[in-house]
Design a protein around this ligand. Sequence first.
Ligand code: AVJ
Length: 314
Amino acid sequence: MISACTVRRETDQFLADILTGLSRPQKRLPSKYFYDAAGSRLFDRITELPEYYPTRTELAIVTAHAAAMADRCGPRCLLIELGAGSLVKVRLLLDRLDRPAGYVPVDVSGEHLRSAAAELGADYPGLGVAPVVADFTRPFELPPVPAARRVAYFPGSTIGNFDPSEADDLLRRVAGLVGPGGGLLLGLDLRKDPAVLEPAYNDTRGVTAAFNRNLLVRINRELGADFDPTAFRHRAFYNRERDRIEMHLVSAAEQSVQVCGRAFAFRAGESIHTENSYKYDLDDFARRAAECGWRAGASWTDEQRYFAVTYLTA
Ligand code: AVJ
């Protein structure tokens, strides 16, 4: 029998990341692996939870200010969406853009991306839709579409999942990708009372807990590991020193888990750190972005200042 550990290239990277993460003193699993088919469905359910304010707040901001955002993008822009998940928000923009040169959704999940892109293309017959299957955290090539300007669209505060130094690297790389005069339209979850933040990651229905545990289910299925997902408790809290929500999976008991022939020991109460979700101050962010090649343009927020969408120029 061919072991589940030695099959494909994508699996190799996944396996290497999981083994490295579980070997650290504070065990870690990269949050980008949450989004298999089941994880993406669970995330979609999270966005509809009453406690999870970011998605609906950002949607309201884009709905209210789509014309102003499109105006910043300018005529004949090529819109490049990083991590193209929900194609809802981008439609609001596409509806307002002046003769867009094209739309390039970038995502690792090839199958999902191609079907979503085909659907979108059918709704926007004149628009050139050119999906790129790539991990946008690594260098990738853009299709050679002539455009007056390239604008990256990075909604959802996904940037919040990157540690500050990784986020800076990404900002620098995106500045290079769009080139001088290019733009970045970015969603940022803002700092706020932990009494609002913490329930958003500890919903009463347990959807976020299922989303967190699904990472173990995925590792079992794709890497032949033997995690007992029910033996790990979901934990999410706001870390005030670091301005971030942290998600963990806490081992309920002392146990040992096998991943591809390697054993990992857990003490009772020991956690695997599965996600950071940084929360931003707009002025702090603008200062950091300036060091990464971006000038602040305009920002739009909701009345409660829970979330912001900001336009930057390279
Ligand atoms: C997709 C990164 C915006 O950090 O809020 C939701 C992911 N994790 N609930 C976030 C997530 C737990 C989400 N982002």
